[in-house]
Write a protein that binds this ligand. Sequence first.
Ligand code: GLY
Ligand code: MN
Ligand code: MN
Length: 451
Amino acid sequence: MSSSFVQNSQTPEQLYGDHIQQKLSRFRTILQSTNFDQLIIGSGSEKIQFQDDMAYPFKTNSYFREWVPLNYADYFLCIDAINEKPKLYIRCKQDIWHSAPQKLPDTYAQHLEIIQYSATEVLTKEFSKLAGRLVLINETNDFDLDTEVWNPSHVLNAIDFQRRSKTDYEHACLREASRLAVPAHLAAREAFMAGVSELEVASAYLKACHCAETEMPYAIIAGINENAAVLHHHQLNNQAVEPQSLLLDAGVQFNHYASDITRTHAYNSGSDFSAMISAVDRSQQDLASEAGIGKNPVHLHVQSQYAMANILKQFNILKVSAEEAVENKIINTFYPHGLSHHLGCNVHDKGSRLANAQGDQTPASVKYPHLRASAPMVENQVHTVEPGLYFIPALLDKLESSQNKDSVNWEQIKHWKKYGGIRIEDNIILHANGYIENVTRAAFNSAKKIL
Ligand code: GLY
Ligand code: MN
Ligand code: MN
């Protein structure tokens, strides 16, 4: 691993032009190899709730997010081999109910050709000139195209494959997303230490990052005490309880790129739970430093299982060896999820199993068929590293009625259940020179706060 790395100090807006050029070049290759002349990506349409006149919060199609940092319905981006700039078609409708869409700042807009349109029929007519030579990536087939040219899987696979390697702009956005999340994690911890409810912890988080709940890249997970054992605990309690532990998994998005950060806190800093958090935290950092270009994420996952089993052993929870716990899947009771996933304009970024642009998948691991990331790591990719240890009643009950029931110390487990669990999650960039940039730790360090 190279120890030196000079970070590109340009801001996302300064890097956006290069990003567009790189994406244009990659997408033109895709057009050529899939035999299309033009690719249209829709931002998506608003969805109205069943038997109601209320729309769900709108979230842009992730294929659009890769190109345009806007979150509005009915926009279309058009990429071809001829035009120097991608065309962005913006829907202009008279709307007395809603605020006008925010404009793309000039620093971004200068890299696109922005065209206003008034009605879908106008675009249908425009795009019909290229019938058969045009491909549409959008949730709905707005222009009544042949179904073969609407989200064809071979085009989607090729896009997902190129997505693995992030541009400097994307790295800068991801850094910014982490930087914005730091004060929010700190404020949430402070709220927890003041003894508030899960809902108030989440409110403190939102207030500190100046975001609406609908702007979160994923729903905030704020589990206090036993609720920390619910991996995706979104149903936040509005009653304060006597605090023991907090597991907070929350990010922020910047230009559609998310941070995905988890920290676990002990209310009592002198407790054994606090010591276990430190042990998971050290292991997490060791595991992050084991990532690298060409490495197999499945092997890293197995390594993380050994690391978590060793911690259980250290705390007298496991009676058998770490090797036996991994071999017999006893560790899955305490650590039932994967170590890592790709991160980008999807929080669980797509393409994590692709072997090539043609859509072949890397064979699923026989022992770990459900792991999200299984293809070897590539340069400029962004991964999460998120080991955990939990005391989940349903899984513990299963273990207790299995042939492996004597492999753990049930008296100890009774004691640990009240803490729920621990997860520590950082986001890392695998730079081309081998340097592993831990974006999350860097963001906490520059805020001079280690959490
Ligand atoms: N926050 C969701 C995850 O960590 O995958
Ligand atoms: Mn994650
Ligand atoms: Mn997470």
